[in-house]
Ligand binder design. Sequence first.
Ligand code: CP
Ligand code: NVA
Length: 311
Amino acid sequence: MVGARTRHFTSLADLEPDDLERLLADAASLKRHPVPEDAPLRGRSIAMIFEKPSLRTRLSFEMAMVHLGGHAAYLAPAEVGLGRRESVADVARVVGRYVDAVVLRTFAHETIEEFARWSPVPVVNGLSDVSHPCQGLTDVFTIRQRKGPGRDVTVAYIGDGNNVCHSLLLGIALAGQTLRIATPAGFEPQPRFRERADAIARRTGAHIELVGDPRAAVRAADVVYTDVWTSMGQEQEYERRRRAFQGFQLNAELLALARPDAIVMHDLPAHRGEEITDDVIDGPQSAVFDQAEDRLHAQKALLRWLLGGGG
Ligand code: CP
Ligand code: NVA
């Protein structure tokens, strides 16, 4: 199969716990020294092919390549027409002749998997309908930065069992920590991600729990995490979701149940006044903008891991 030996990052399940530790250590070193003098990716390049909008993923990958001495080319949602203007297999084989890695943001996760099957160069999942591993990797890094290397960290995720939740599940499982997830009935994370996380947890000692009540999830937590109730591509479900998620808002009352030194996380963009209130996202416990910055450091480590270049 074409590209069978190429290392991809389409899911956090592509990592072993040791890989995660190595990436976290490299990200910490890159956070201290953001622009390595030896320009480890000089002459190297990535393409970013996006079917959905992006601020953080696009800009952090572009700047990551600048800091590492390489170049990034962005192809906007209207340009490539993956699977419409041209087959996914053909695009993958052509793009791999020009660049050293590809970051893909798609609706269907199968598009990323098919691209990876044909791509002669590493493929990075920059978000699909079911997962967001660059975010999950960063989230584990931000938690490590704020809470230290111990495994005795409890993360509460409140809201939709979506792409961000799936990748957090795998990330916390790899890190060997505790995750309590509270979603409304019918919006739980998909069983295949829970099963995968449980299999990893058996090796790392992580604890993963689904609880119905957001208050039970948040009580005495070290980290309280939420994401939008309506993700990109679900806009027609907005009203139904807004009603279903009442009681799952991260507000001051809910946050008061967490540990006093708990941090608040959100991958952004936020729908303020829906899943999170202004006073919480802008309050003293919010780590949200550090978390956004950490995308840059974590993805630089990821690029070095995929492309070589030390670290
Ligand atoms: N968190 C995140 O991936 O943001 P963007 O959609 O702006 O890239
Ligand atoms: N769950 C959100 C994440 C955005 C980064 C979405 O898919 O729209």
